[in-house]
Design a protein around this ligand. Sequence first.
Ligand SMILES: Cc1ncc(COP(=O)(O)O)c(C=O)c1O
Length: 475
Amino acid sequence: MAYRVAMEDGLAAAYARRMSPDAPRTPYADPAAGAAVKAADRAHVFHSWSAQGLIDPLAVAGAEGAYFWDYDGNRYLDFTSGLVFTNIGYQHPVVVAAIQEQAGKLVTFAPAFAVEARSEAARLIAERTPGDLDKIFFTNGGAEAVENAVRMARLHTGRHKVLSAYRSYHGGTATAINLTGDPRRWASDNGSAGVVRFWAPFLYRSPFHAGSEAEECARALQHLEDTLAFEGPATVAAVVLETIPGTAGIMTPPPGYLAGVREICDRYGIVFVLDEVMAGFGRTGKWFAADHHDVVPDLMTFAKGVNSGYVPLGGVAISAEIAATFETRPYPGGLTYSGHPLACAAAVATIKVMEEEKTVESAAHLGEHVLGPGLRELAGRHPSVGEVRGLGAFWALELVRDRETREPLVPYNATGEANAPMAAFGAACRKNGLWPFINMNRTHVVPACNITEAEAKEGLAALDTALSVADEYTV
Ligand SMILES: Cc1ncc(COP(=O)(O)O)c(C=O)c1O
């Protein structure tokens, strides 16, 4: 107890020191402060998705641009963008200043009023969303956006069932976690949410034994038709898909697939929901991933990149037809902080920065000329890389034990010893100053959309070294 109190006192002093205007904003060693931060975290912070006694969170002292650093003076190039949200990097001065300005002017206000920052954020978002998705319902993050999109679809259609893909992640709340395909769902899957899952296309591990993108597309669409036929199309409110599944593996759908899903939804009066929480706001080299496929969903969810995660914000962009449903009928949903002025001011500033600095174009350039060629070159030299796929600042390397059989480097959802190869790969990245995004047998290359070519190459060099470690586990 005495140790804990002492650490807490140390924390207060360290906090005051670092918050002082004179404190350096670049990496410097202050291990005592780091130890205090860590001690208070271990004593009091309950972390997401974790066995609390088995984790060892790094104490982070600061961040800027594409980098962050710890209290021991170690600096890391962040190839994760946090959880794929800092699309403009950390501490962008224009957005930080806009948040400060909004805090000084009107830091908060209830959602039932028209507020300048909220109106302007909605206008700027609606201007960029495809088609007639011109009304914005604001939430605090992605899962709440998905919850509300599904609620809107159910009320609009008068139907309950919702279809989603096995290889997907849609959030941690009740409906969103039920829609989620990945194993994070299992513990909360009570089978009561009216969700039916199906297989979306993924040629490298084709659920349809397809040999080409065209075959994968046709068979995936037929599979969706078959699933609907056996579920009863008139019972289905919505099909919910990530435009490009993110955490599940960054699988760009084959040409024609999303248009095909759009056509099926239209035929049966089903609401088409695209989840752009991770893929949206520049990540893929366009404002929205849907723009690559010329599809307009009925509802589109967003979060993360809308303001680079500087203040929690998400939302649903709503089509004219669904908005009309709630023109005279009240929408039965809301949040205390819907359209929080601070979060909206951050979105306004972020979108303006992205326009002025051409961040979306930077992501496209990065994918085409730096990350794509660089990652493919690594794949040519490292037998552990089974496939490289992606676009913009949104890439996945599928690591395998055997390129021929495509056996993953670690089994699906492996933990402990079974996950040792990926753990060794991750440790090698960090040792080389790169913070990697790792999910199962994949590493995702998802840096800020505005990293420089030199920074991207620094990351590729660290990956090169770490992939040599992964190679040791190949057959
Ligand atoms: C595609 C997608 N949808 C929804 C979510 C949930 O967002 P949040 O964690 O902000 O609730 C995520 C989060 O990673 C996501 O990637």
